[in-house]
Ligand binder design. Sequence first.
Ligand code: GCB
Length: 597
Amino acid sequence: MLYPQTNAKRQMIDLSGFWNIHFDPDNSGRFGAGFDGGEIIAVPASWNDQLNDRRDYFGTAWYQTTFSLPWGWRGQRIFVRFNSVNYLADVWLNGEQIGSHEGGHLPFAFDITDRVQDEGNLLVVRVDSSLAPDRVPPGNLNAQPGASFGLASFPDSSFDFFPFCGIQRPVLLYTTPQSAITDVTVTTTIDGKDGMVAVRVVHTADAATLRFSLQGHGATETAESSTNTGTLTVKNAAFWSPQSPNLYTLKVELLQSGQVIDSYALDIGIRTIEVDGDRLLLNGEPVKLLGFGRHEDFPVVGKGLLPALIVKDYELMRWIGANSFRTTHYPYSEQMMQLADRLGFMIIDETPAVGLFFMEPGQERRNALCKQYIREMIDRDKNHPSVIMWSIANEPHTAKPEARQTYYSQNYTVVDHASREAAVQAFREQAELARSLDPTRPLTLVSHEGATEEAWRFVDVISLNRYLGWYSESGRIDAGVERLSHEIDVVHQHFPGPFILTEFGTDTIPGHHAEPPEMFSEEYQVEFLTQYITMMNTKPFVVGQHIWNLCDFKTSQGVIRMGGYNYKGVFTRDRRPKMAAHRVRDIWHKETQSEVY
Ligand code: GCB
């Protein structure tokens, strides 16, 4: 899905600003034709922290705004695009329903050419944010009074971050020509010093030809094609890598009778990524991922797009010596991905499939949603050189049903012994789907099951989350690290190939100190991260270490989440370093011999 742009053939405006919101707790309203009054709400931003009494509101809310069509747009095709609405959106324009979309964190657009007026357009969005077992990610699993499991918490989600909701990324209005380029797929290969850029285009024009041109680093390659594909060869190409995030601008033009009728430009990077035995190779050279899991999370805006925060987080990651992150636990904003291309970060791009379980109710729905998210994520992010891997799930509960039955309350009937088989079947299909959509990037699945994780059979890179010395071996870092070191070797024997420890960390209250180190103190985090990293560095097949988390973040309230926060950040929620940030900075900069930034 192409990001809208303004050029000689296309235009875009942003409908961000102050909209109106009307909460509908009984879910009984019919406000597609609009409502009177309501409260003022900023778009994009979650509603939870904007309005005093709506932090814990997880129901239906209606948004509305008005707009006029910009001068000169008539005659073009006109679309409205939502970059992310969490969770379920139904959209009306001038009283008519124009479509709906399930799932936060991924964009969707509707063609409104035949419905949009020159003036006084009323755009209404119904957002249903309720948490339910048959949604992805799931929620309300412990709904039965008294039921509880580890993270049993309020609000009741199957994941450990606050389920912020609303219109969280920009809403855009844009045009394309009547006959237009609708998709571009770029794949790059390397031959010695040269780069090959293969482009595949989807368009809606009859009898059209395509012109491709590539600019940057001295290159001015062009190619014409009467089919939907083309290849450009760049002699002595400047390849993309974290050290040198070289980008070229690819321009695709659609021509009819010699006239350019549409054009679309995108920044691309020439690079390859592959798994070779136990190694992960970028441009044929082994790479090691140093970085974090993170969250889109900040006071007041919740999960709302905040460009300054994106810049700040990249500053922090560069300062500390990171070269990588995982989009835990949902695809991040398109702006975050665009900057990663420019700044040279290697991203594991993850779908919103966090905390999945494989029992009734809702198994079939969740499966279908997971596939939808894989399609939408790959469609959105396939052209980013920074995206080097797809993650199809985080910590699915793939263990035997007996073991998990108690976790999910007595509310739901467990499908007889179907859980593990259902999980295996689901991930077999999802991995096949991801590979068919993008054969060029390795796949991973992030598990907490360890060597019993059967779904790892379907992926190329083994990703494990572990907190030994924290949730178990509490207070005993040495014991935790020793056990983990052994476990990693066992996992590697069962599942050879590159291994990433995708999460490890400790909750750390800034300013809390203890010598000798004690849980929750800054010293404990320093010691824990140091020992983990030292241990991993002895194992050549460990190609990645992602600390949990870059920053402290908001989550549901529960006994293990003081004040409703997860304190595993090496930076605080307002982006100040804890002691561990300085230690990790020393280790990582030494390791990469990079200049201290
Ligand atoms: C995990 C989850 C992550 C949690 C983390 C924790 O394994 O993947 O979402 O926040 O543990 O802090 O417990």
